[in-house]
Design a protein around this ligand. Structure first.
Ligand SMILES: O=C(O)[C@@H](CO)OP(=O)(O)O
Ligand SMILES: [Mn+2]
Ligand SMILES: [Mn+2]
Length: 559
């Protein structure tokens, strides 16, 4: 124990043994909702997950995965992967980016920070560029925060502002982009009335422009760079409302996948390329889909695509996105300090860990799990395996994704006997759920269930323990509903498809031959949430959690 009294050493659990292989399975986007035709998990054949639910009532329960249970500002905030995996890995609830930015804007502290001072040096001679997701989804960014930042920046000397928008349709209804662009345009017109030269300069759909993650497809970031920095895109429009309306006319067009466009003046010249002396802020608070673009702006020896022209700018993130890489080096709001995560504790206590998913969710069980920190804690004890995702397609085309390959890798890791913890994210319910394609989502849920079976079978073989849970809802509800739960229809009488996550609770199940007799879910923690899972997993490895962790969900009773 150091002089501060802190120690990584975990106390032994008085009753639970060490040395069991523990599989921690996270089904992405797998909530619990009432069964109907829009509940793809219910519609799909999911015998493995069904058997867990119908099995021992002391070994299956629901936990909260949205709102304050995962550090979000309100109970209307749906869960998401970042806050969900942060809570799962860290065992405590931290005020998350959405909330921290709200507080910094409300108090005005955002303008006193190092990040804002750094970019504001450019306000006299240069342009302020704001790049980010335009919606009120609250997963990666929020429109009200963007408007406040526009107001605050213009009041503090920004004379020329260009906004580079990314349309959503994933955390909000498809088609809602038009309304968000109109709201932004109205506000920019107000600023122009006050003498600020403020305009939208470029745009594109979030899944096709800029917001890739975990290096799945650098082309996505390049498309954004070309439009935002170089002022080049396949489509040019005079204004952004017209751009979005027109681009949505194309067959199969959707907000998520709109092609890149630039706004041009009457002579056809882009109104807002990024040039020497400008300031750039990426306004998203969430990390995963900003890390790649942050690298493109910040790294001198960047080689992922040809940037053609690299302007000398001052760049800041809304938050710092990667705590290990310290990326970006300038930011407007300090990220939550997610320290002493369960992964770090466990390696300090000799637990050998294997983590796996396919690319699109790989960082969820590594980066997010470890408190938005890339890399290993202890390379000797940890192995992280990424299975390459399909790229360049929407996932309803291949709804099985890499579930089988993930299942096989995880099975092999369990059977190898080389690991004490095997941690995995199975993406299908979420990634296909986001496409809004109900039929494909049913196929996705079945594939996810099959992967779970492979993992549970392997745990059975080695006498191990499993914990199966999810990070938030998605596939269990594919329709927008009114307050009484009835599906909402659009003007044409068609149901309104819900592509987003939900506020539903998620299941958690424990079991396996290695689970000690008498080990069951406590009955006195009805409001348990994702943050209670870390202590639970520590128990199953034979340890007591640190005292400030949210309590374990399990107890051992004499039988
Ligand atoms: O795709 C994403 O970025 C989000 C939705 O915005 O989903 P998840 O939180 O499940 O990663
Ligand atoms: Mn998720
Ligand atoms: Mn999702």
């Amino acid at each position: 124990m150091g002089s501060s009294g802190f120690s990584w050493k975990l106390a032994d659990h008085p009753k639970l043994p060490k040395g069991k292989t523990v599989a921690v399975v996270v089904l992405d986007g797998w909530g619990e909702a009432k069964p109907d035709q829009y509940n793809c998990i219910h519609v799909a054949e999911t015998p493995t997950m069904d058997s867990l639910k119908k099995g021992d009532p002391d070994k299956w329960r629901l936990v909260k995965a949205h709102g304050s249970a995962v550090g979000l500002p309100t109970e209307d905030d749906m869960g998401n992967s970042e806050v969900g995996h942060n809570a799962l890995g860290a065992g405590r609830i931290f005020a998350q980016g959405a909330k921290l930015v709200d507080l910094a804007l409300e108090s005005g502290k955002i303008y006193d920070g190092e990040g804002f001072k750094y970019i504001s040096e450019c306000f006299e001679k240069g342009t302020l560029h704001l790049i980010g997701l335009l919606s009120d989804g609250g997963v990666h960014s929020r429109l009200d925060q963007l408007l406040l930042l526009l107001k605050g920046s213009s009041e503090r000397g920004a004379k020329r502002i260009r906004v580079h928008i990314l349309t959503d349709g994933r955390d909000v209804l498809d088609g809602s982009s038009v309304g968000f662009v109109e709201t932004l345009e109205n506000y920019l017109a107000e600023l122009r009335g006050k003498g600020v030269d403020a305009q939208i300069a470029s745009g594109g759909g979030r899944m096709y422009v800029t917001m890739d993650r975990y290096e799945n497809d650098w082309e996505v970031v390049k498309r954004g760079w070309d439009a935002q920095v170089l002022g080049e895109a396949p489509f040019k429009f005079r204004n952004a409302v017209e751009a979005v309306k027109q681009l949505r006319q194309a067959p199969k067009a959707s907000d998520q996948y709109l092609p890149p466009f630039v706004i041009a003046d009457e002579s056809g010249k882009a109104v807002g390329p990024i040039v020497d002396g400008d300031a750039v802020v990426t306004i998203n608070f969430r990390a995963d889909r900003m890390v790649m673009v942050a690298k493109a702006f910040e790294y001198e020896d960047f080689d992922k695509f040809d940037r053609v022209r690299v302007p000398k700018i001052r760049y800041a993130g809304m938050l710092q996105y990667d705590g290990e890489l310290k990326l970006p080096s300038h930011y407007l709001v300090s990220p939550p300090e997610i320290d002493r995560t369960s992964g770090e504790y466990l390696v300090h206590n000799g637990v050998r860990t294997f983590a796996c998913s396919e690319t699109v969710k790989f960082g969820h069980v590594t980066f997010f799990w470890n408190g938005n920190r890339s890399g290993y804690f202890n390379e000797g004890l940890e192995e992280y395996v990424e299975i390459p995702s399909d790229s360049g397609i929407t996932f309803n085309v291949q709804p099985k994704m890499k579930a089988l390959e993930i299942g096989e890798k995880v099975r092999d890791a369990i059977l190898s006997g080389k690991f004490d913890q095997v941690r995995v994210n199975i993406p299908n319910g979420d990634m296909v759920g986001h496409t809004g394609d109900i039929e494909a989502t049913v196929v996705a849920c079945k594939a996810a269930d099959e992967a779970v079976k492979m993992i549970l079978d392997a745990i059975e073989q080695v006498g191990g323990i499993y914990v199966v849970t999810a990070d938030h809802g998605n596939a269990e509800d594919m329709v927008k509903r009114n307050k009484t739960g009835q599906p909402l229809l659009d003007k044409g009488g068609k149901i309104q498809i819900l592509t987003s996550h939900t506020c539903q609770p998620v299941p958690i199940a424990i079991g396996g031959p290695g689970l000690a007799p008498g080990c069951r879910f406590r009955r006195d923690l009805p409001t348990g949430g994702l943050a209670n899972v870390a202590a639970t997993v520590m128990n199953l490895h034979g340890f007591e959690p640190p005292s400030d962790y949210e309590p374990s969900l399990i107890e051992v009773v004499d039988i």
